[in-house]
Design a binder for this molecule. Structure first.
Ligand SMILES: NC(=O)c1ccc[n+]([C@@H]2O[C@H](COP(=O)([O-])OP(=O)(O)OC[C@H]3O[C@@H](n4cnc5c(N)ncnc54)[C@H](O)[C@@H]3O)[C@@H](O)[C@H]2O)c1
Length: 466
């Protein structure tokens, strides 16, 4: 996501070429020979949208606020109107980057009151998402709300209702749902490429202090410079704690841990690819393995979810894993396992591997056959050979394929472009409030399960805890 620098974007647009919007899909035969799997570059259609001006404000100008804004400014016609943040150093940084005349404030309501602002990006700490989203929709703004859509499950219902009633665009910021790679995985699954889906293993591992959320804390961090009293307005009263402000993900009072930070990406991706409405039972457990820095949410966590049969899919089991001290060095992968193969989703790249059972049942080899009398073995061997042709006894093979996104491709740019397209044309977005809630509710239920040590029952159709 973070490689959509102007240079790589430019390079990518050059690759697409001035004449057409499509990139060739020719197999790269030399690589195919090396990797024993055919490799294809995914088709990519450049989005076109009218260049009508859209005036944007960013609420929460931390790390993701910067990334989201930089990407938004690559979409033609998008203009920055204002930035809001609680930490004074970030407002100073905003003026340094975007000019001293930029409207900056610590009070997001100042932004919502301005008539010249069409859309807001909510990139604050999770605990603030619902409150700001509701206030922004009430003031007639289009909303791009970072994941997780809400901090508590019961905050989701008013947000969904407000988004529906407002007639405004509401999109959640899990950019992977706009990835051409994910779209390909969805298409391959629907086409039966791996047979019937029965399991999804989704992993997001890291092995670094920053990966474990220990971001650099500025030297001037204080209750004053962070507007601490305002920060905790939507949560419990607490004494100033720089870690709770800058490493908020690790603290349940303001953050949602690995579940809200990373399970959510795996869930959004899985739901998009499978068209699923969500799981019916959720269990999660975790431990404090390495980053013993005062955090009260685990650094190693797993979730298990059972997805019931639906119109879109057969029942499947989802396992989620986040390990912040993983000797793998880190990995992000969703493996969709079916009766005839596996689709592996690695970022925007997709690998399809096949394994087909022979038509004939197993007979001989590691079997009980050799333990029978010689006469019985011979008689049964004869019968088996008469019943099944050599062809039926063999595993059928099917070519493995690797699909790669073109160089410089950015799902983040696609996701944000989709948002502005919807603002301009009124067309629906994929990751609307309902989609966002269907992903965040089971993620947050993982935290509930972890704390209560209970299996959480969820009704994925009515979107209610049971
Ligand atoms: N889509 C993605 O891949 C992705 C990646 C990273 C973060 N995120 C999401 O983006 C959000 C921000 O994450 P981050 O890494 O930028 O955190 P961060 O701590 O770097 O930034 C959050 C900022 O929000 C500000 N803030 C908090 N409450 C506020 C309020 N009431 N009004 C105005 N500003 C307020 C803080 O001052 C801080 O500067 C989170 O919800 C996170 O889950 C999404």
């Amino acid at each position: 996501m973070k490689n959509d620098t102007p240079r790589s974007r430019r390079k990518f647009l050059q690759q697409i070429g001035a004449t057409g919007a499509m990139l060739g899909a020719a197999p790269l035969t030399s690589l195919a020979a090396k990797e024993k799997a055919e490799e294809r570059i995914l088709h990519y259609e450049r989005k076109t949208s009218a260049n009508d001006k859209v005036r944007l404000a960013v609420i929460g100008y931390g790390v993701q606020g910067h990334f989201d804004l930089n990407t938004a400014l690559k979409v033609p016609g998008v203009e920055l109107a204002a930035i809001c943040d609680l930490y004074t150093g970030r407002l100073e940084n905003a003026r340094e980057l975007h000019g001293k005349d930029l409207f900056t404030t610590i009070n997001y309501k100042d932004i919502l009151d301005r008539k010249d602002i069409d859309a807001v990006f909510i990139c604050t700490t999770d605990v603030w998402h619902a409150r700001i989203a509701l206030d922004a929709l009430a003031k007639g703004k289009h909303v791009y709300c970072e994941k997780p859509m809400v901090y508590k499950i019961n905050e989701g219902y008013p947000v969904m209702e407000a988004a529906k009633k407002s007639g405004k665009v509401f999109q959640v910021g899990s950019q992977r749902v706009s990835s051409i790679g994910y779209a390909k995985a969805k298409e391959l699954l629907a086409a039966g490429e791996i047979g019937k889906l029965n399991m999804v293993n989704a992993v997001y591992d890291r092995q670094s202090s920053i990966g474990a959320w220990q971001y650099t804390i500025p030297k001037d961090a204080s209750a004053l410079t962070t507007n601490w009293d305002k920060f905790i307005e939507v949560t419990e009263k607490m004494a100033f704690d720089a870690k709770k402000f800058f490493w908020w993900r690790a603290f349940k009072e303001v953050g949602t841990g690995v579940a809200g930070d990373l399970f959510i990406h795996l869930l959004s991706g899985t739901h998009f690819i499978t068209n699923s409405l969500g799981p019916e039972s959720i269990f999660s457990t975790g431990q404090f393995s390495y980053w013993k820095d005062g955090r009260n949410l685990p650094d190693v966590m797993s979730g298990v979810m059972q997805y019931p049969a639906s119109k879109a899919h057969d029942p499947f089991l989802l396992t989620l894993q986040v390990n912040f001290i993983s000797g793998t060095g880190g990995q992000e992968v969703i493996r969709l396992i079916g009766s005839e193969g596996v689709i592996e989703v690695n970022g925007n790249n997709i690998t399809v591997k096949h394994s087909l059972m022979p038509e004939a049942p197993g007979f001989g080899g590691y079997d009980s056959l050799f333990t029978f009398s010689k006469a019985m073995q011979a008689e049964m061997q004869k019968e088996f050979e008469a019943k099944w042709t050599p062809e039926q006894r063999k595993r059928k093979t099917k070519e493995d394929i690797v699909f790669k996104a073109p160089e410089g491709y950015s799902d983040h740019l696609d996701h944000i472009t989709n948002f502005f397209d919807a603002v301009r044309t009124g067309k629906p977005v994929v990751e609307d409030a309902e989609f966002g809630f269907r992903a965040v509710a089971p993620a947050l239920a993982c935290n509930e399960s972890y704390f209560s040590k209970k299996i959480i029952q969820w009704d994925p159709v009515r979107m209610k805890l049971k």
